[in-house]
Each structure stands twice: as structure tokens, then as C-alpha cells.
Design a binder for this molecule. Structure first.
Ligand code: SF4
Ligand code: SF4
Length: 130
């Protein structure tokens, strides 16, 4: 089990994630930073802030403003073997990763996150937040 209180970079994994359609509007009173735009992909919706952190991340405390209602992808982050949602710092067991393993995961996230690399999106529809 990962203990995020030991994270050297708390909140660093809270980047722009796809959430189910309507989720962002439903929780808009908990938004911590107004997004530049919302990108719709064939998986869901993703609010993009200019600092590339999640709209629901409190920038000062590095805590999630909707923790109990956070999306499923956030709940399983670090708990499955899919590199897209692997914690760079800790293994599923809670043991720390080697530096090489951490760098490999961070490099992959930087190069392959479709939200950060719009060319990798299949279909994109963009609308401004109301
Ligand atoms: S999941 Fe990993 S990167 Fe994210 S806060 Fe926890 S320890 Fe840090
Ligand atoms: S919803 Fe919460 S846990 Fe999920 S990425 Fe955003 S701030 Fe992090």
C-alpha cells in the first residue's frame, strides 16, 4: 500500500486526468484553479490548467479537494501495473522504487500522456468552461 504522506513530491501525480463526462461540472464548486479549457476525448473529459495540474488539486496544501468523491482512476492510481497510472516513487507494495525505475516511469508519463501530447489524441473536442 502506498503511503502518500511519505511522497517527496506530493500532488505531482495529480496531473490532468480524464474524468467521466459531467464530472467536472458537477463538482465545479470544488475547483481550485480555473481551467484554460476542457478537452473531451473518447475516454472522458479533462480540464486543462496552465500549470498542468488537476483542477481539484489545492496548490498550497497539495491535497485533493474532492478526495472522497475522486474519480476511479485516482482511486486505483499506483495500484495496478499499467504504467500510465503507476506511482513513480513507490511500488504497489509500498516499497520505494529504484531511481532508474522512477525515471523510467516519469519519462514515460512525460512522453506518452495523451492529454499533454495532443497529437496522440484520436478525437478532440474543446469547449470553454461556463
Ligand atoms: S501516488 Fe505516488 S506520486 Fe502520487 S502523491 Fe502518492 S506517492 Fe506521490
Ligand atoms: S481528482 Fe484529486 S486525486 Fe484525482 S488527480 Fe485531481 S487532485 Fe489528484
Amino acid at each position: 500500500m502506498i503511503d502518500c504522506s511519505k511522497c517527496p513530491e506530493p500532488g505531482s501525480c495529480c496531473g490532468p486526468f480524464e474524468m467521466e463526462p459531467g464530472f467536472i461540472e458537477k463538482h465545479k464548486d470544488k475547483i481550485q484553479k480555473k481551467p484554460e479549457k476542457i478537452v473531451r476525448t473518447n475516454i472522458g473529459e479533462c480540464a486543462l490548467c496552465d500549470d498542468l495540474s488537476c483542477v481539484f488539486l489545492n496548490r498550497k496544501t497539495k491535497k485533493c479537494s474532492i478526495y472522497d468523491d475522486r474519480p476511479g482512476i485516482c482511486k486505483i492510481y499506483g495500484m495496478v501495473e499499467n504504467i500510465r497510472i503507476q506511482c513513480p516513487w513507490f511500488k504497489r507494495s509500498g516499497n520505494p522504487r529504484s531511481e532508474a525505475s522512477r525515471k523510467k516511469i516519469q519519462r514515460w508519463h512525460k512522453n506518452n500522456n495523451p492529454i499533454l501530447n495532443p497529437r496522440k489524441l484520436n478525437e478532440v473536442e474543446i469547449r470553454l468552461m461556463k
